[in-house]
Write a protein that binds this ligand. Structure first.
Ligand code: URA
Length: 216
């Protein structure tokens, strides 16, 4: 099993390396690397996103930070007691996650926010290692279908056996006991602007996740 975090200059995906280098040439002050997971190593809840946004996590070096991406996620974590401190959309803050961690299925920013299958496959061992390293993990919240599929594959499970749906709960039995996975639509600006995902719908998923934790 590799380390749960790829090196900042991870060389595994030629297209993403090329994109990273182009971004670094254009914006040398940005992070421009594989974005590490953010949160608590004692996390009971893991949130899995898609991939860093070019001007967001790829700029600041923190998942869901630096563009619109965290505007719904971070206040929701605070609401459910999964963070402490102040969230600044640009990452200039003292925010800490408490009992939670955020990671991405793909750690490097992909062109058009669309990783290809080979890139997901290259990055999946890091997701598997990330999950394995969280000894207290009980609940995984996947944001969008790509996170859902990659999390299942990282756990050695078949995505076709677990239908993705907003609010769906999947009990995943494995060698370390049962991990409970909840699906949410991705909290992207597109989904929130079009009303596909409302704040109430997003909160409902965290409500279920926290209730599952409280019972565990
Ligand atoms: N930023 C991230 O880090 N992940 C996403 O899925 C979207 C934006």
């Amino acid at each position: 099993m590799p380390s749960p975090e790829p090196g900042r200059d991870c060389p595994l995906c030629p297209r993403l390396v090329e994109y990273r280098r182009a971004n670094a040439r254009a914006e040398p002050s940005w992070f421009n690397g594989a974005v590490p997971s953010f949160g608590d190593e004692g996390a009971r809840v893991l949130i899995v996103g898609l991939a860093p946004g070019r001007t967001g996590a790829n700029r600041t070096g923190r998942p869901f930070t630096g563009d619109w991406a965290g505007d719904l996620l971070y206040p929701t974590l605070a609401r459910y007691g999964l963070s402490a401190g102040r969230f600044d959309p640009d990452g200039r803050d003292d925010l800490r996650l408490t009992g939670a961690m955020i990671t991405n299925a793909v750690r490097c920013a992909p062109p058009q926010n669309k990783p290809v299958g080979e890139e997901m496959a290259h990055c999946r061992p890091f997701l598997a290692a990330r999950i394995a390293a969280l000894a207290r993990l009980e609940v995984i919240i996947t944001l969008g279908r790509i996170a859902h599929d990659n999390t299942l594959k990282a756990l050695g499970l078949k995505p076709s056996a677990f239908a993705f749906g907003h609010g769906a709960r999947h009990d995943l039995d494995g060698p370390r006991g049962t991990l409970i996975m909840f699906n949410s639509y991705h909290c992207s600006r597109y989904n929130t602007n079009t009303g596909r995902l409302t704040e109430a719908m997003f909160h409902a998923v965290f409500e279920q996740a926290c209730a599952a934790l409280a019972r565990a």
